[in-house]
Design a protein around this ligand. Structure first.
Ligand code: M6R
Length: 366
C-alpha cells in the first residue's frame, strides 16, 4: 500500500501533484475563468445575503482557514473571521442567517468541529463543509458540502489534504467574488491558469528533494526552530512549525515576521535556526527587513524564495528555491518544502513519522 515508500507520510507528500490535479479537475473553466462547483448550490441571492463568514477548524485545517480568510477578503467584500473549533463551540458568537460558517476538516470527524457545525445550524447560520471523507459527519450535518478528493490520508500529519484545502478555499473565494461581480474576467482567467499550472510546479519542486534532505540533515540536532512569514506566508509559518513539532518533537514557533520585535526577538541569538518564507508578494520587502533584523542577531537563516529572486542569497545562509508563481500559489509550494523538511528531520532523529506519540489521526473526543 505504501507503493514502495518508507512510510505513508512520504507517499502522501509525493501524491500532491495528483491530489491537487484531482481537487481542481472539472471545477475550473480556463476560457471564462469561472469556477464550476455544482455542489455549491448557493444562489446569487443567497450570496448577497451573507454579511459575514466564519471559518471553523482545528490544527492544520485551521491554518488552511487562515489562508481562506486572506483569499475571501481579497476577492469579495465579505468580512471573514477564523476560529479554532474548541474555542468557537463555547464562545458567545452571535450567528444568524446572514452568517456563512465554513467548516474545514480533513476527516470530517473532529469532535470540536462537529460541535461547532451543530451549534451554528441551531443558531440559524448556514454551513458549508469542506472535507475529504464522503459521508463524514461534518459533511452530513452541513447545508452544502465540497469534497477534497485527496484519497485516504493515513499519516497522522496532514500533508496532501492541507494543500487541497487551500486550493478549494481559493476556488470558493473566486466563486463568491465572481457571483458578487467583484472580479474581472481577466483576473479570474489569470488565477485559473495559475491553479492549473500548480501540479506541474509541485512535480518540479519535488525534484529538489535531495537539497531539502541535506538541509534537514544539517539541522537535525537543533533544539528549537522559528518559522516566520507575512501575509499569506504567515499561516504557512504556523503550519511549518506545527508539522515539525508534531513529528520530530522539536520545539518550534511560527510567527508573523512583523511581530518578532514585540517579544520573540529576545529569543533569537547566535545560531538559532530561523526559516523565513520570503517568496514574491506585496510584503516581500518588509520580509527582507525582518530577515535583516534576524541576521543582525547572528541566527542561521534558511529562506524559501522564488527561483527568480536575485537578492536573497546575499542575506541568508541557505536558500530553497520554489518555481515562480503568484502570491496565492507560492504558499502552497513553500508548504511542501516545509513538509519535506519536517519529514527528513524526523526520520534522521529516528521518530515514527506516521504515528507520532500522543496523537491520533482524527480527534473524535473533546
Ligand atoms: O480531520 P481534521 O482536519 O478536522 O483534523 C484537524 C487536526 O486534528 C489535524 O489537522 C492535525 O492538526 C494534524 N495532525 C496536523 O498535521
Amino acid at each position: 500500500e505504501k507503493s514502495g515508500y518508507e512510510n505513508y507520510m512520504l507517499k502522501e507528500i509525493h501524491e500532491q501533484p495528483k491530489s491537487l490535479r484531482d481537487a481542481i479537475a472539472g471545477r475550473l473553466n480556463e476560457l471564462t475563468g469561472e469556477v464550476v462547483m455544482p455542489e455549491l448550490t448557493l444562489t446569487k441571492a443567497d450570496i448577497d445575503d451573507i454579511k459575514r463568514i466564519v471559518i471553523v477548524a482545528c490544527g492544520t485545517s485551521y491554518h488552511a482557514g487562515l489562508i481562506g480568510k486572506y483569499a475571501i477578503e481579497s476577492m469579495t467584500d465579505i468580512p471573514v473571521s477564523v476560529e479554532i473549533g474548541s474555542e468557537f463551540r463555547y464562545s458567545a458568537n452571535r450567528l444568524g442567517h446572514e452568517t456563512l460558517v465554513i467548516a474545514l476538516s480533513q476527516s470530517g470527524e473532529t469532535a470540536d468541529t462537529i460541535a461547532a457545525v451543530k451549534g451554528s445550524i441551531k443558531k440559524g447560520a448556514r454551513v458549508l463543509a469542506i472535507t475529504n471523507v464522503v459521508g463524514s459527519t461534518v459533511s452530513r450535518e452541513a447545508n452544502y458540502s465540497i469534497y477534497m478528493r485527496c484519497g485516504p490520508e493515513i499519516g497522522v500529519a496532514a500533508t496532501k489534504t492541507f494543500t487541497s484545502q487551500i486550493v478549494i478555499m481559493y476556488m470558493v473565494a473566486l466563486y463568491l467574488g465572481t457571483m458578487k461581480g467583484m472580479l474581472g474576467a481577466e483576473q479570474n482567467i489569470r488565477m485559473v491558469a495559475e491553479l492549473k499550472a500548480l501540479p506541474n510546479k509541485v512535480q518540479r519542486l519535488l525534484e529538489n528533494e535531495r537539497y531539502i534532505m541535506g538541509l534537514a540533515s544539517l539541522f537535525r540536532n537543533a533544539g528549537q526552530f522559528f518559522f516566520v512569514g507575512r501575509n499569506l506566508n504567515y499561516p504557512i509559518a504556523l503550519e511549518g512549525a506545527l508539522k515539525l513539532k508534531e513529528i520530530s518533537y522539536i520545539i518550534s514557533e511560527g510567527y508573523a515576521a512583523g511581530e518578532l520585535k514585540h517579544g520573540p526577538l529576545a529569543l533569537i541569538t547566535t545560531n538559532i535556526p530561523v526559516i523565513a518564507i520570503a517568496t514574491q508578494c506585496a510584503t516581500y520587502h518588509k520580509m527582507v527587513s525582518n530577515i535583516k533584523e534576524i541576521k543582525a542577531r547572528d541566527a542561521s537563516v534558511i529562506a524559501i524564495a522564488s527561483e527568480s529572486d536575485g537578492l536573497i542569497d546575499q542575506l541568508v545562509d541557505f536558500v530553497v528555491r520554489i518555481p515562480d508563481s503568484n502570491e496565492y500559489i507560492a504558499p502552497i509550494l513553500s508548504t511542501i518544502v516545509l513538509q519535506l523538511f519536517a519529514y527528513y528531520i524526523a526520520v534522521f532523529r529516528g521518530c515514527p513519522v506516521d504515528k507520532p506519540r500522543n496523537l491520533a489521526k482524527s480527534v473524535t473526543v473533546e
